[in-house]
Each structure stands twice: as C-alpha cells, then as structure tokens.
Design a protein around this ligand. Sequence first.
Ligand SMILES: *Cc1c(COP(=O)(O)O)cnc(C)c1O
Length: 368
Amino acid sequence: MTDTIASNAAAFDVRPNPSPTPEADRTAALADLKFGTQFTDHMARMQWRKDEGWGDRRVEAYGPLQLDPAAAVLHYAQEIFEGLKAYRWEDGSVHLFRPEANAARFNKSAHRLALPELAVEDFIGSIEALVTADEAWVPGTEESSLYLRPYMFASEAFLGVRPAHVIDYLLIASPVGPYFPGGVKPVSIWVAQGFHRAGPGGTGDAKCGGNYAASLLPQQQAAAHGCQQVLFLDAREGRFLEELGGMNVFVVRRDGTIETPRLTGTILEGITRFSVIQQLEDDGRKVVEKDITLAEVRDGVESGDIAEVFACGTAAVVTPVGRLASPEFDLTINDGVAGEVTMGIRQRLTDIQYGRDEDTYGWMRRIA
Ligand SMILES: *Cc1c(COP(=O)(O)O)cnc(C)c1O
C-alpha cells in the first residue's frame, strides 16, 4: 500500500531556534527518558481566524505562549488534542503509525467542541515539518519514540459564551522511553465509585482536555487504593465497562474469544483499539464488541472463564491488567502476571511500529 494523502509540510515557514539545546545536553536527555518532561527545540503552529481560515504556518523555537488572560480556553475549555508517536527504525528512518486516523479523529473532536476542522495535509504536514526540524530528538533506543502532541484551543480574548473566532493550533514533541522500564508489568485498576467519565450526548468520544479534568479526582481515589488506573462504568446504569481514564479495555475468555466494550458515543475510539481488533481477527481470533457488565467480568475472573484483561492506547501500547478492585471485591487476574494473548498482541503491534516486521496493513508512514 502507498500513502495517498499529501503533506503540506512545505507550507510551514521554518524559523530555526537561535539557541538550540547543546548536543551534549540532548544526548544526556535522550539517555534518561521520562514521560512528558522533556521537549524538543521547536514547535509547529498555525492560527485560524473566522472568515479567513487557517494560516500563519510556522515552525519556531519551543517556548512559552503569550495568551490574553481573557482567552476563551482558560474559561470555557474549548480545546482538543491528539497523541501519536514517531518511531525510529533500525536503519535510522523515522515513521508514524496511522497518522491519518489521528487527523480524522482530531476533526471529529473539533466538530464536537465547535472548533474548526483542519485539513489532513496540514495535520500531517505540521508533524513532518516539526520532526524534520527536530529529527535529532527522535530516540533510537529500544521501545523509545518521539511523542507528538497536536492540540488546538480558543485563544480569542472574549468572555461571552460562543465558539471562539480565533483558534491556535500547536504541535509539541517529547522524546519518551519505554512505558515500562525494566519490562512490562501488569497494572492495578480501581473501579470508579460514583463518578463517570462521560455521559450520553456528552464529549466522551471527543479527545478533549475537559474529559481528563473530570477523570483526575477518581484517578486520585484509585491511587489512594493502590491502583495505577481507574475503570469507568457507563453513566446511565453504572453497570457496563467503558474504558480507563485514557485507555480502552479488552477481556480475553478462556476459550480464546476476546471482548471489548462496543462504541456507544461515550467511549473514545482508540486507534490502538481498532488496530488490535484488526490484528486479532487476522490472526483468526474471534473479537466481539458488545456491552460488558462489571458483574460478568467479576464472575468470569473468579471462575477462571476470563483469563486475561488488558488495556491499550498509544502511550503504553498494550498493558496487562493484573488486579481489579472496588470496595466490594479485590480480584487478581491471571495470577497477576502478563498473559500470553496480551503479550502476543503487544509484540505484533510494536514489531510493525518499529519496523521489525513487515507492515502488511500500510499503517506506517515514513517522514524522515
Ligand atoms: C487517547 C485515548 C485513548 C487511546 O487512544 P489511542 O488512539 O489508542 O491512543 C483511549 N481513551 C481515551 C479517553 C483517550 O483519550
């Protein structure tokens, strides 16, 4: 398969950072990677104005923004974002994983938040322009990558409640190491009590900062119970699994059948989720998208009918779940170790992302 979507990278005016990070400091930073703390020398940006559309495409020095205190985003949270990674292959080339899918989802989120759509060519173009300028920041060590964060927000200084007339798009990049340094370890999950991430007709299937703001308190409660992640149930009945704060969830039955909550509008449509489903089906496995109750998961884990539970998303790829807890129960899944199906699908996906296996899907796009 070949890439059909053109990139608008050439339209970005590149103004090199006059004082980039010295090479020795960059090398030191790349040798000690943490998630989301270190940023590259540049950022890409564009601005949208009502009646004019998108313009002012630039790559410039990474640095603080000037924002009017009345900027609408600070008051009404009109903001969306995306998250994807650039992977360095063994031959030195740099590739993106399904960026058109992120571009499409960005526009879907934009629509829900009454933000302007952005051409796929601009979305991919901004990434290509930034990664080209900051290519030295793409780490090459195992399971590391350059995490890319595109986002747009209402920058117009106006306190009235309506969609803003001035919108800023920015793209920043952060080199990241393996999510699990020292090997994949199963995570513990706490079932959110009395809080929901999203409701019918809300913004659950949009990738917006507001959803994350609402997830922080339940996440804090999960941590207080010794859990790293929180599982949200549906807001209507409080019985069905939806997703974690930022990852989709899967259940593996003992007979090999795999289940995941069906998309109801309150679940974020993960690109990792779609990719995992496709690969599992191509491997001859049965994947069922359906309503899954917490009660059946509890029973299944207790009886051994559910062999594995895993979560997935761009940041952690595929993560085994070793423990599921709530005030009523505390269950160990698969003896608290990473399961075979979970680790198998993780390997399959990362092999394609890092170019260790042939990309028969046409998912990867070379950008440097
Ligand atoms: C981003 C996100 C995911 C995972 O999506 P991917 O495209 O797989 O990274 C899942 N849930 C929520 C709430 C998210 O914001």
